[in-house]
Design a protein around this ligand. Structure first.
Ligand code: SF4
Length: 280
């Protein structure tokens, strides 16, 4: 039942000021090369209903702007991470690089945090991008009500879908939520024929076991819309950010994946006929 309340919690009311829909983001990454095809602008939404042990974007978890310390030449200062922004302002920023998108076959990727946790904001952004003919991709945990997904999907050209843990109990243990909605939504996306790339975090001792990988390979093989798999080996970039946010580092104690294990998992997916890249 915990999942039901978590799902309700992510459907925010339409936040608008003066008729303009707005939302909360924590970063805009320009010239991104690993979040979909071509050169892209990646927009990171703030707020996520999951709490993955290995999360390397802890500043994306809380839906509100929050203090984060920042090292400068004169010591540590506190800054606010996260900003509330209107759709028009964000679209103006995205549009600045439209020439790069056109030249490279790129576009915009909405990532996070969890973009599906701010439905009216995401919907308005996608509608604007569609109107401007900017390619749109969504990087998601897939944890959202089906009704939200149904409104979003027709406006997307690509979904980057995180597939983490297939066993329901282990998924709940390591991410804080059940994977039932996640897997149902992945099937739903595949049935809609929206192209999907699976993003598989390789976290030693948590996601990289044979049983989990074999189960993912079998599941992926049933979904025609899956165009490929991106293996994302765990890294330590997030650890320092937990400290700067005053949070307990949930990644402490997790080992880095061994290169031969990553190669073996890549081979396992490839032998099922899937195209695999390492690092997204
Ligand atoms: S879904 Fe992504 S942003 Fe959310 S907790 Fe997990 S890793 Fe972090």
């Amino acid at each position: 039942m915990g999942d039901v309340s978590a799902l309700k919690g992510i459907v925010d009311p339409d936040r608008s000021r003066g008729g303009m829909t707005e939302g909360t983001i924590f970063k805009i990454k320009k010239y991104a090369l690993h979040d979909g095809p071509g050169i892209r602008t990646t927009v990171f939404f703030k707020g996520c209903p999951l709490s993955c042990r290995w999360c390397h974007n802890p500043e994306g978890l809380d839906p509100r702007p929050q203090p984060m310390s920042h090292r400068t030449s004169s010591g540590e200062i506190e800054e606010t991470v996260g900003t509330v922004i209107g759709v028009d302002d964000l679209i103006e920023e995205i549009q600045k690089d439209v020439l790069f998108y056109d030249e490279s076959g790129g576009g915009v990727t909405f990532s996070g945090g969890e973009p599906l946790a701010q439905p009216p904001f995401l919907l308005a952004l996608l509608t604007a991008c569609n109107r401007l003919e900017i390619h749109t991709a969504l990087d998601t945990s897939g944890f959202a009500p089906a009704a939200v997904l149904d409104r979003i999907l027709p406006r997307l050209q690509l979904v980057l879908f995180d597939l983490k843990i297939m066993d329901e109990k282990r998924h709940r243990r390591y991410t804080g939520v059940s994977n039932r909605t996640v897997l149902e939504n992945l099937k739903r996306i595949a049935e809609s024929r929206t192209p999907v790339r699976l993003r598989v975090p390789l976290v030693p001792g948590i996601t990289d076991g044979d049983a989990n990988i074999d189960s993912m390979v079998r599941f992926a093989g049933t979904l025609e819309a899956v165009q490929g798999v991106d293996l994302l080996p765990f890294h330590r970039i997030g650890g320092e950010k937990y400290r700067r946010l005053g949070m307990t580092d949930s990644t402490a104690g997790i080992d880095l994946p061994a290169a031969d294990r990553v190669a073996a998992i890549k081979h396992r997916f490839e032998s099922a006929g899937l195209t695999v890249s390492i690092g997204g």
